[in-house]
Design a protein around this ligand. Structure first.
Ligand SMILES: Nc1ncnc2c1ncn2[C@@H]1O[C@H](COP(=O)(O)OP(=O)(O)OP(=O)(O)O)[C@@H](O)[C@H]1O
Length: 242
């Protein structure tokens, strides 16, 4: 398959909607498998998405169509081949693929939260500390950070006996709730949600849907992959099809 590559847009379009906070402009991404004869897997070919404050956009499409690749590109976890990823950071538009590492770190600390499906656990670090880390990195006092996480753990029905244990041995749903508390503790203007309810029971799914709705009402722009139709229909305003 051949793609006609468009020139990389490097300027922020002038016609973005007034409350736009993220604008992915014509993203192209092809994986090259160097250890498998250089096989090429074209995944994104001009994907464009603008999200405004207070909106939630669902990424939907068949397995392997590129949803996760797009989401990881929005967090600059994957390097795109062409395109621009504009994010409003502290009042200024920045293009993620062109940022030096320290500025990308600042964008991730202050502007874009990412709820991955799986929690990265470190042996011997208790759940409370794992979840409080992003707040502490922002300079929040340890006591306030701890209070905020305790409040979220309670809301998410994470049993108190687990709070001081390392999540290494937690169940999938327990780990997922630690991850959600970690991301929702910070008031990010943009959040990327990768199947945030995949391991949760019905009651905790409701809690997460309520957290998402509350954050949207505060003006957070969200992009998410939701395999659960009910969750997607209830929290998303529109869909980007892959
Ligand atoms: N790191 C990688 N290296 C090589 N190929 C990759 C990599 N990540 C994804 N791919 C390929 O890119 C394509 C899109 O994968 P991606 O995970 O983005 O799809 P998806 O729509 O999120 O799928 P699913 O719904 O199954 O999670 C697949 O063909 C996959 O094999």
């Amino acid at each position: 398959m051949t793609y006609t590559l468009l020139p990389t847009p490097t300027r922020l379009p002038t016609d973005l909607p007034p409350h736009a906070v993220i604008h992915a402009d014509q993203l192209h991404k092809t994986f090259t498998l160097h250890h498998q004869g250089g096989a090429q897997i074209p995944v994104l070919a001009g994907t464009t998405l603008t999200v405004q404050a207070g909106e939630c956009v669902a990424l939907q499409g068949p397995s392997g169509s590129g949803k996760s690749t797009f989401m990881r590109s929005l967090y600059a976890n994957y390097r795109i081949d062409q395109g621009a990823i504009w994010v409003k950071h502290q009042g200024d538009w920045v293009n993620l693929p062109q940022l030096p590492a320290h500025q990308l770190l600042a964008v991730r600390q202050q502007t874009i939260g990412y709820v991955s499906q799986f929690l990265r656990v470190i042996p011997r670090v208790p759940a409370l500390e794992v979840a409080a880390e992003p707040l502490l990195d922002l300079g929040v006092e340890p006591e306030s950070a701890r209070d905020k996480i305790c409040q979220l753990f309670t809301q998410l029905n994470l049993p108190e006996r687990l709070w001081h244990l390392s999540p290494t041995t937690f169940s999938g749903g327990e780990k997922q709730r630690v991850n959600i508390a970690r991301a929702f503790a910070v008031n990010y203007p943009v959040m990327l949600l990768d199947e945030p309810t995949s391991a949760l029971d019905a009651a905790n799914r409701e809690v997460v849907m309520a957290l998402i709705a509350a954050r949207k009402a505060q003006g957070c722009a969200m992009v998410g992959i939701f395999h659960d139709d009910e969750v997607r229909e209830r929290v998303c305003d529109r869909t980007l099809h892959f």
